[in-house]
Design a protein around this ligand. Structure first.
Ligand SMILES: C[S@@+](CC[C@H](N)C(=O)[O-])C[C@H]1O[C@@H](n2cnc3c(N)ncnc32)[C@H](O)[C@@H]1O
Length: 216
């Protein structure tokens, strides 16, 4: 993040408000390829995207017939997501956005699909607890998709001792600590994704993909 040097003191909600406050809204309309590939075959039901940011994935899910909820700790990001939903003509039966810390949010309903995409931060936070809470919000027969950066982009140059700690699929599963009597592991792998470097050259980066289903 280009503004990292200014924000290294900030953590949690303050970090994310600052992050969205400093960036322009970008509505690419493009969903992450991994999400598209894994979710497209599922029968639409209720979905929850945790750390939805400006809501691009939520709007994509709604366009595929999901009753899609997005949750994010940043009120700025959620306000932008709501604006985009209205712009795309989606009403509250199709998309809902909630500005809250997942830690403090305890819905009565469970969801047929729970996604966490790039729920990562340049500061320490209890990621494992968030993953386990996400799993508890999955309805029986429903799916959980945890997608995270597993490497820096191939163009990034960072000294080895400063490399951030990227979760591997194995570490994600260990953090989730799923009961095998209750869950099927459908995918736990690292996948390479094509991206474009700032200089316009093609580049790659690795995503860790964990896709599991609560038994029905
Ligand atoms: C790296 S961004 C990823 C955004 C989006 N999912 C994407 O794929 O582009 C992580 C998001 O998680 C949100 N977030 C961080 N901690 C959170 C928490 N405790 N509860 C809810 N959202 C949180 C941040 O505001 C941010 O939008």
């Amino acid at each position: 993040m280009s503004h990292h040097h200014q924000t290294q003191e900030l953590q949690g909600a303050a970090f994310w408000e600052n992050h969205y406050g400093q960036s322009q809204r970008v509505w690419s309309g493009k969903v992450n390829q991994v999400i598209e590939n894994l979710v497209a075959p599922l029968t639409p039901g209720t979905s929850l995207d945790i750390g939805c940011g400006e809501g691009g994935d939520v709007l994509w899910l709604a366009s595929r017939g999901w009753k899609a909820t997005g949750l994010d700790i940043s009120t700025t990001a959620v306000a932008r997501a709501k604006e985009d939903a209205a712009k795309h003509g989606l009403d509250e039966s199709q998309t809902q956005f909630i500005a809250s810390d997942l830690k403090d949010w305890n819905p009565e309903q469970l969801f047929d699909l729970v996604t966490l995409s790039f729920f990562q931060a340049p500061f320490e936070f209890p990621r494992a607890e968030f993953l386990r809470k996400a799993a508890r919000l999955v309805a029986s027969g429903g799916h959980l998709l945890a997608l995270s950066h597993a490497s820096l982009p191939s163009f990034a140059q960072i000294p080895e001792h400063e490399l951030p700690n990227f979760p591997s699929p194995e570490q994600e599963l260990e953090a989730l600590a799923l009961d095998p009597a209750e869950w099927n592991i459908l995918t736990a792998q690292t996948r390479e994704r094509s991206i474009t470097a700032p200089n316009g050259e093609p580049a790659v980066m690795d995503d860790s993909v964990v896709f599991v289903q609560r038994k029905g």
